[in-house]
Design a protein around this ligand. Structure first.
Ligand code: TLP
Length: 339
């Protein structure tokens, strides 16, 4: 049976060309700082993002966690969007492992946090309150490119109050391709940025944390403590270097395929297609369709995630033809004849 996996852009498999550079990578022990390929990846990324340094992590979850552990002490507070991955999907790691208090603020429809809401959430110096230390934002968020001036306004408020700012830029390259602005421009308001290589960029493993040198030195300590010190990690870093070189511009194809999928699904009875900006298509299903919808899609080889709100993620391993197939399957499941 044909399989079109739209559950996430994390499901991509390394291409033959990527596997070749992985196989040929020069390696060393990265805990000793000896892996030349990891060092090259970190240097290339730091330069592209215009930060002093970068650090290679096994996952985005660990990269975000190390950043928050570095910025905050036990009992400090992080301000975060209620829809953010760091708040919702990282196992409460900041609380479980860092004794850090999260104050979740409502994300606006464009994915941003309103600067005035951020300002009101920053606690005064008073022993009743946790010390607000960090503002953590996300871009793209649920496939939305958060308007840069909104990110800047929220970060400006944070800085006025002495907070550090972190960006979960797991899919920042999708925003780069969508807006035509560089990764350095989109990262400029932030003290630290986490970028995933293992999502739309197609590497099998890995994320980069970027920041100034003292921050990265401290984050390296936390990475080791969290068990993220890897040894001959150059085989993985080689995939990351390849991804940064060859898989950024092509994200435009994913965006075009996602837009095409959305247009093919527009107007279907019981299905509201949310506006598409990058590589994610979200469908709000009428209650009559919700039960078993994702399971029925899977029976036809189309994998998706969600229930009332279904997420379809387009990526490197999904062609225009695959998207067409997925659209036909969804049409067949929502048309009255399929009932
Ligand atoms: N997101 C995954 C799931 O965990 C939900 C996905 O399929 O989208 N930041 C953002 C914005 C993410 O979407 C993810 C993964 C992460 C961080 C964590 O990255 P990993 O999976 O490498 O720990």
């Amino acid at each position: 049976m044909r399989l079109v996996d739209l559950r996430s852009d994390t499901v991509t498999r390394p291409t033959a060309a990527m596997r070749k550079v992985m196989a040929e990578a020069e390696v060393g022990d990265d805990v000793w700082g000896d892996d030349p390929t990891v060092n090259r990846l970190q240097a290339v990324a730091a330069e592209r993002f215009d930060f002093e340094a970068a650090l290679f992590f096994p996952s985005g979850t660990q990269s975000n966690l190390a950043a928050m552990l570095t910025w905050c002490q036990r009992g400090d507070e992080v301000l975060v969007g209620a829809d953010a991955h760091t708040f919702l999907h990282e196992g409460g790691g900041v609380a479980a492992l860092g004794s850090i208090h999260s104050h979740a603020l409502p994300n606006e429809a464009d994915g941003s946090l309103d600067a005035s809401v951020v300002r009101r959430a920053i606690k005064p110096k008073d022993l009743h309150f946790a010390r607000t230390r960090l503002l953590a934002l996300e871009n793209t968020l649920d496939g939305k490119v958060v308007p840069q001036e909104r990110l800047e306004a929220a970060c400006a408020v944070a800085k006025q109050h002495g907070l550090a700012t972190h960006l979960d830029g797991a899919r920042l390259m999708n925003a780069v391709v969508k807006t035509g602005r560089s990764e350095a421009q989109l990262s400029a308001p932030f003290d630290s940025v986490s970028l995933c290589l293992s999502k739309g960029l197609g590497a099998p493993v890995g994320s980069l944390l970027l920041g100034e040198r003292p921050f990265i030195d401290e984050a390296r300590r936390w990475r080791k403590t969290l068990g993220g010190g890897m040894r001959q990690a150059g085989v993985l870093a080689a995939a990351g270097l390849y991804a940064l070189e060859h898989h950024v511009a092509r994200l435009a194809d994913d965006h075009a395929n996602a837009a095409h999928l959305a247009s093919r699904l527009a107007g279907l009875a019981g299905v509201t297609v949310l506006p598409v900006q990058t590589n994610m298509v979200w469908l709000d299903l009428a209650p009559t369709l919700t039960t078993g919808f994702v399971a029925r899609l899977a029976e036809h080889g189309v994998l998706a995630s969600g229930a009332e709100r279904v997420r379809l993620v387009v990526h490197l391993d999904v062609s225009r033809d695959d998207v067409e197939y997925a659209a036909r399957v969804i049409h067949s499941l929502t048309s009255p004849r399929s009932a």
